[in-house]
Design a protein around this ligand. Structure first.
Ligand code: P6P
Length: 342
């Protein structure tokens, strides 16, 4: 498709081309990605208005029309559930905003092959300071028999079993980045036509990085081995490219997007307060680990590959060290050397 004399490849065109590479592919995963992108375009519309319609208000706040105002992350959760419930490709969802998974029990959904886990609006506490926020999603093929509602086992699969994973970042531009076993590709929303268009083909995570990213305010609570790695990052050793620069936005999608584009390491380690770290395995760490590893990076809990963690509960947390392969490997020399409890 051409637009403004530019050759544009929309998300739909791209996924159809990818499907053609697999003669037996049915296009169901492409249709699911299309549904997810639709929900995120609608979320994007509300996020962009946030400063104008007091949408960041507490539950029950009213906007300028006097309508009952939903908190933006509840709105985003509802939007994703409604779109996926009406999709013919999704049997059910699990979300940060819902204690239990939601099985769609209509006649179409019980025969759908996939389940989706998501954090509908990660980093939403940053809305009132206009910092980038995002939606994170993870797609699994269900393991329960078709024809019946999906089960908890469909959701509690290790990250290696993901069929696709991605995020939408609502920032200076709105981008959708998703990975399958074919690789990682980024699409930027062209608002005038309402289409995500290919802008970052075949994304790769740099092997080395010059940025380390964590909430430095937690240092006093960290294990000595993690503190030792931070000391390594901050030492004055120009021959080995040190010190590194510190960047931290406090929004996982934004910090990970920078790490994917520029290289570096993002960390949310275990500490005395968060003994398993803060970030959730199933809809934050696993999808991001799938994307970064598909781009050539590494993602670890400090003692094992994130994608190989066998889930035991839907909302479990794990520590995470993720990003440029060589920098994460360096971190693991420190962290796994003394995996003392904090
Ligand atoms: P802290 C946002 O609340 C979030 O879930 C992630 O997006 C982000 O990486 C992390 O928490 C920030 O946590 O403790 O540094 O504010």
């Amino acid at each position: 498709m051409s637009f403004n004399n530019k050759k544009l490849i929309t998300l739909d065109e791209f996924t159809i081309r990818q499907t053609r590479q697999f003669p037996n592919a049915t296009g169901e995963l492409s249709a699911l990605l299309r549904d997810l992108s639709l929900a995120c375009k609608m979320i994007n519309k509300q996020v962009n208005k946030a400063g104008l319609v007091d949408i960041i208000g507490k539950y029950g706040a009213t906007n300028i029309q006097g309508e009952e105002q939903m908190k933006l992350d509840i709105f985003s959760d509802e939007m994703l559930i409604n779109v996926l419930r009406n999709s013919s490709e999704c049997a059910g969802i699990a979300s940060e905003e819902n204690d239990d998974f939601v099985a769609f029990d209509d006649e179409y959904s019980v025969n759908s092959k996939y389940v989706v886990l998501f954090d509908p609006l990660d980093g939403s506490s940053n809305i009132d300071v206009n910092a980038p926020i995002g939606t994170i999603f993870s797609v699994y093929r269900r393991v329960s028999p078709l024809g019946q509602p999906c089960t908890l086992e469909d959701f509690q699969q290790p990250g290696t079993r993901q069929m696709a994973a991605g995020y939408i970042i609502y920032g200076s531009s709105t981008m959708l980045v998703y990975a399958t076993k074919l690789g990682v590709n980024g699409f930027t929303l062209e608002p005038s036509i309402g289409e995500f268009c290919l802008s970052h083909p075949e994304m790769k995570c740099k092997e080395n990085g010059k940025i380390y990213s964590l909430n430095q305010g937690n240092t006093c609570k960290l294990a000595d081995s993690t503190k030792a790695f931070l000391e390594y990052c901050m030492q004055d050793d120009k021959e080995n490219g040190l010190p590194l620069s510190h960047r931290y936005i406090g929004s996982m999608v934004a910090d990970l997007h920078r790490t994917l584009i520029k290289g570096g390491i993002f960390m949310y380690p275990a500490d005395k307060k968060n003994r398993n770290g803060k970030l959730r395995l199933m809809y934050e760490c696993n999808p991001m680990a799938f994307i970064v590893e598909a781009a050539g990076g590494l993602a670890s809990t400090g003692t094992q590959r994130i994608l190989e963690v066998q889930p035991t509960e839907l909302h479990q947390r794990v520590p995470i060290y993720i990003g440029s392969r060589n920098l994460v490997s360096k971190a693991l020399e420190f962290v796994s050397a003394t995996s003392e409890l904090v």
